[in-house]
Design a protein around this ligand. Structure first.
Ligand SMILES: *Cc1c(COP(=O)(O)O)cnc(C)c1O
Length: 365
């Protein structure tokens, strides 16, 4: 068996230990005589699985008691609608656009209700790659009466990350799409009203969406499908209907692995080291590799970069696949190359990538 170095942005690499644990108990979970895929979500076995997953997640992120943890479906994309449906309550919300994902969230929310653009860092002359930084709070045109302020604190496609949450604006409840950097560093959950994330980047398999919501923000929705109503989901322990049981179980195995590996402080240190190595390979390539993001906003999770020509980029992707790497092709909307460095990517994988980048630049530069 060979597992290759998988730099895909998502669905992404999972920790090998979690996969092995799932493999070992796939046919018979803890003596139940069935796998987690095959048991009632209301039975005692799955109840134990989902309770343990929530308890471990609460411990990892130090989630305060007045926040609910919801295990939902529909991906981060459905949250683009669910957030305004639940939180607007006839008011208006502010959106900060820093890349493709927050732009999508803003556009989707505009279909639901009244939203304002508090800031956009899009360079209009280069629409495809024109997001290179996270704006400072003073640059945002904030409505003091806004129901919430929506952010994406790590832009997966453009590689822009808000590193210091103490610099985020005070005032309206902060709502953050953390799909691609949740669990990569400690987070002060109390700074946010609501955090959401699709699982397939840094949590587990696709099909699961995590929502962490402050209790007082829930229950104000007007007409809304019950399945999308945070209050109803919280009252039903995320089991109004059948939850994505296997994905919840796999996420639980990842949480267990994270605790064993030293938690989020350890993941933060590792992600700094891994991303620093890739950015150094870019910056020390005499211009062969280029990343346009401002230094202090460069993402630790997703490192997009370009080569001198699209032809060289295509050759880089082909050569990387031949050399045992996977998932380095950039997002179709921006092209180029992207290396995603989530928790499951070991330092050795990054070292191998950096060696490959140096060798490729020496040969084709
Ligand atoms: C991947 C991603 C999404 C979309 O997630 P789905 O689960 O496919 O809906 C939204 N936001 C961010 C930041 C992402 O990385």
């Amino acid at each position: 068996m060979t597992r290759i170095w998988n730099f895909s942005a998502g669905p992404a690499m999972l920790p090998e230990a979690a996969l092995r644990e799932a493999q070992a108990e796939l046919l018979d979970w803890h003596g139940a005589g069935a796998s987690v895929m095959e048991m009632s979500h209301r039975g005692k076995h799955f109840t134990e699985v989902i309770r343990k997953a929530e308890a471990d997640l609460r411990e990892l992120l130090s989630i305060p008691e007045n926040y609910k943890v919801l295990f939902l479906q529909g991906g981060a994309t459905l949250q683009f609608s669910a957030v305004p449906m639940n939180l607007l309550a006839g008011r208006s919300a502010d959106y900060v656009v820093t890349g493709a994902w927050s732009k999508k969230a803003w556009q989707e929310a505009a279909r639901i209700g009244k939203v304002r653009l508090a800031a956009s860092t899009e360079a209009k002359d280069r629409p495809a790659d024109g997001f290179t930084r996270f704006p400072r709070a003073e640059e945002m045109d904030l409505d003091p009466r806004a129901a919430y302020l929506h952010l994406c604190t790590n832009e997966t496609i453009h590689g822009v990350e808000a590193h210091d949450e103490s610099l985020l604006p005070e005032g309206a409840a902060l709502v953050s799409d953390m799909s691609s950097h949740i669990l990569s560093r400690p987070v002060d959950v109390s700074r946010y009203g609501l955090i959401y994330a699709g699982a397939q980047k840094n949590i587990g398999p696709s099909g699961l969406t995590l929502v962490i919501a402050r209790e007082d923000l829930m229950g104000h929705a007007e007409v809304i499908p019950r399945l999308l109503d945070y209050r109803v989901q919280a009252e039903n322990d995320s089991m109004l209907n059948t939850p994505p049981a296997f994905s919840v179980y796999m996420a639980g195995l990842v949480f267990k692995w994270l605790k064993k590996e030293g938690g989020l402080a350890r993941m933060a240190a590792l992600s700094r080291e891994k991303s620093a190595r890739v950015y150094a390979a870019i910056d020390n390539s005499a211009g062969f590799y280029r990343n346009p993001v401002e230094n202090e906003c460069r993402s630790r999770m997703n490192v997009p970069f370009n080569l001198p020509t699209p032809e060289l980029e295509a050759e880089f992707v082909r050569a990387s696949e031949a050399a045992g790497f996977m998932g380095l092709k950039g997002h179709k909307s921006v092209g180029g190359i992207r290396a995603s460095l989530y928790n499951a990517m070991p330092v050795e994988g990054v070292a191998a990538l950096v060696d490959f980048m140096r060798e490729f630049a020496a040969r084709r530069g």
